[in-house]
Design a protein. Structure first.
Length: 330
């Protein structure tokens, strides 16, 4: 079914059908509704990508927004992608996922993007090294980063206030009357992990509590948390409470305590995660967590993109959103 078929069915010109599907085109509203109804009846859908590729970029938009993301072993990444893609679709945009499994895959991903007239790029940088910013700038497109801020102040970023996340975790554990606390770190260069540890230590210092014992998992995923729990059995048995840099780490740690070290949660060790991914509320975990405001992050990204497309000069380089504490069984 083509635009010409729809036009012939209605006795209209092909250009009228094209205008009905073109954002901002001049067409009588009643005629547009008539054309859209006929298109639905005839199962016609225009090929927007083909139209974009055949139209000068200065006059058209593809409505494609690329999302660069990595480390799907961390459930937060898929949680974030779901919210981003849903928000984009509700605003008439089509998300395109590029799964960057390794830092060295970023160049290849950027090269692939050059084959599409994408309108913008959202780069989830939490599991990519800081020097990835230079590669991302090769895109010469509206670009927003999540998970890691550009220290040069050149690329707009939307972040959860990770220092505050650490503060909330420390306050919660201290109000339980716990003294011997620990922290499980993710990536050694991970901005989120570093800032969460900073906020955690800040509150302990203010309250005159003993500094936390730091345990380095090296990654944010479930297996990293489980492996750390196995090799740190003696340390865990000495602690009363622990804050993990991600929910995935916390869930891996909890399972290692159940299966290997036989440390009862929460009777012997209280655990707080961070992110509040959907599995955190599952009956098998009921994990207390510091929630990232993921729906709000997606909305802020959409608002920034609209400003960038409209060439609005008032675009903040850093947007920080407040986290919240979710208390559950652990």
């Amino acid at each position: 079914m083509t635009a010409s078929d729809v036009a012939a069915h209605l006795g209209l010109s092909r250009s009228a059908v094209s205008r009905a599907f073109t954002e901002g085109a001049s067409i009588n509203p009643a005629k547009r509704e008539k054309i859209l109804a006929a298109a639905k009846e005839l199962s016609y859908q225009p090929n927007f990508l083909a139209r974009t590729l055949s139209t000068p970029a200065t006059r058209s938009r593809s409505h494609l927004v690329a999302i660069l993301i990595s480390d799907f072993s961390n459930p937060f990444q898929s949680f974030l992608f779901e919210e981003l893609s849903t928000t984009l679709q509700l605003n008439g945009k089509q998300p395109m996922l590029l799964n960057v499994k390794q830092a060295e895959d970023l160049d290849a991903a950027i090269l692939r993007l050059s084959g599409y007239q994408v309108d913008a790029v959202i780069a989830v940088m939490g599991s990519l090294p800081a020097d990835s910013f230079a590669q991302c700038q090769k895109l010469s497109l509206p670009l927003i980063t999540l998970g890691r801020a550009d220290q040069r102040g050149l690329i707009p970023s939307v972040q959860t206030d990770n220092v505050e996340a650490g503060r909330l975790a420390a306050q919660h554990l201290l109000t339980q009357g716990l003294n011997k606390l620990g922290f499980v770190a993710g990536r050694s260069d991970g901005q989120a992990s570093i800032e969460r540890y900073q906020g955690f230590c800040e509150i302990l210092s203010q309250r005159g509590a003993t500094p936390p014992i730091r345990l380095d998992a090296g990654r944010y995923g479930y297996s990293a948390g489980f492996e750390l729990g196995v090799r740190s059995i003696d340390t865990l048995r000495e602690l009363e409470g622990i804050f993990c840099a991600s929910d995935a780490l916390a869930m891996g740690l909890i399972d290692s305590c159940r299966e290997v070290s036989k440390v009862a949660i929460p009777e012997m060790l209280r655990v707080v995660g961070c992110d509040d991914v959907p599995p955190a509320s599952w009956q098998g975990y009921q994990l207390s967590s510091i929630a990232q405001p993921v729906p709000e992050i997606a909305q802020q990204v959409m608002q920034l993109l609209e400003k960038m497309w409209q060439k609005d000069g008032d675009i903040p380089i850093m947007t920080r959103l407040a986290p919240s504490l979710k208390v559950r069984r652990t």
